[in-house]
Design a protein around this ligand. Structure first.
Ligand code: COI
Length: 354
């Protein structure tokens, strides 16, 4: 990090800490007292500030609303037993944020604004980092286009914000997922690898339809043949087949997940063979049927490590192994958890103590 940036701080007059029930924290609904904002104008980021969390004034003509120039990230801050706060691998999210920005014709955010913004926000909202096991402060960086102009072009003005929300895991039980073969999430040459709003918007209708059939989440397949598994939209997917960790390789249609990358490194370190490659629907279904597929889970910052209990495909529902018997994902999830909460040495240097 370079020199200390000039960040204007305006503190809230009334903290909401005292009226927040930390035992009831549905994902993304409760926000901490403050947020960080920076504005991009005339080719530079200015007006860096920490201010009370709340509505911001904007024109209904801003181009993010009309043409979708909007990107985001997700990372988490954990409370150690000694009270310290650590953000997990923020530089990976920073790098991916700027990859998304480039693809969406948006300006990059400098690393010092990203990191010092997080540090300033966590310093002021330190008490919002939960201490219960499994809980953390989810950090949501977002950037959106703010030109009040209806011509179709990349905006000249943007707002970058950091919001924080104390939370438990996104999913609370093993998932029943549907392999989607009608709708698609992403195609080659598109924006699937970017964390941009439209990827999530286009998933909502197929997701709602699957929910009506009793599913919790979708497994997206490739847009050309629907024969290969890509990701779950809210998380990457990892399977254990013949004792090996098998995960769809990262490509232009799949998000390069930080949790996915972390799990691959932890598995290799534990001597588990890892295959990053195209994964066919056929081998997953056959693996469930012949017992070679012994474990399957969603991996993401919000999702953490969530077991997949059932998979629906072409009208049939396949039941996987009992999640309580899965030693590989449970072992990796525990190691990951222990590193994040500072319970075991952080050999990989992933924790950024704020
Ligand atoms: C995350 O895991 O941080 C995500 O962005 C997934 C989110 C859409 C719930």
């Amino acid at each position: 990090m370079n020199e200390t940036l000039d960040i204007t701080v305006t503190k809230t007059e009334q903290t909401r800490l005292t009226v927040t029930d930390f035992s009831q924290l549905p994902f993304g609904k409760v926000f901490s007292d403050h947020m960080f904002i920076a504005e991009y104008e005339n080719g530079e980021w200015t007006n860096l500030q920490v201010l009370p969390y709340g509505p911001i004034l904007m024109s209904p003509a801003i181009s993010a609303l009309h043409y979708g120039q909007a990107i985001f990230e997700g990372m988490k801050a954990y409370r150690f037993a000694d009270g310290k706060v650590s953000v997990f691998r923020p530089e990976k999210n920073f790098e991916r944020f700027n990859k998304s920005a480039t693809r969406m014709a948006m300006p990059s955010i400098p690393q010092d604004i990203f990191m010092q913004g997080i540090a300033a926000l966590i310093e002021i909202d330190n008490k919002w980092v939960p201490s219960q096991d499994g809980y953390s402060l989810y950090i949501r960086p977002v950037m959106f286009a703010t030109d009040p102009y209806l011509g179709v072009k990349a905006s000249d003005k943007y707002t970058f914000a950091l919001l924080t929300t104390p939370t438990g895991p996104y999913y609370s039980k093993a998932l029943k997922v549907k392999i989607e073969t009608e709708f698609t999430r992403a195609d080659e040459g598109g924006v699937g690898y970017a964390k941009t709003a439209g990827n999530y918007a286009r998933s909502l209708y197929p997701f709602a339809e699957a929910q009506k059939e009793g599913f919790d989440q979708l497994i997206w397949t490739d847009a050309v043949s629907h024969e290969y598994i890509e990701e779950a939209g809210t998380a990457n997917l990892i399977f254990v087949i013949d004792g090996k960790l098998v995960t769809p390789s990262v490509r232009s249609t799949v998000l390069d997940g930080v949790t996915r990358d972390t799990i691959i490194k932890l598995a290799k370190n534990a001597g588990i063979e890892v295959e990053e490659r195209r994964v066919s629907v056929k081998e997953v279904i056959e693996g469930i049927e012949n017992g070679r597929l012994t474990d399957a889970f969603a991996a993401g910052t919000a999702a953490t490590v969530t077991p997949i209990g059932e998979i629906g495909y072409e009208g049939k529902v396949y039941t996987l192994t009992d999640p309580s018997t899965r030693t590989i994902s449970a072992g990796i999830a525990k190691t990951l958890n222990d590193i994040r909460y500072g319970l075991i040495p952080d050999e990989f240097g992933w924790n950024w103590i704020v």
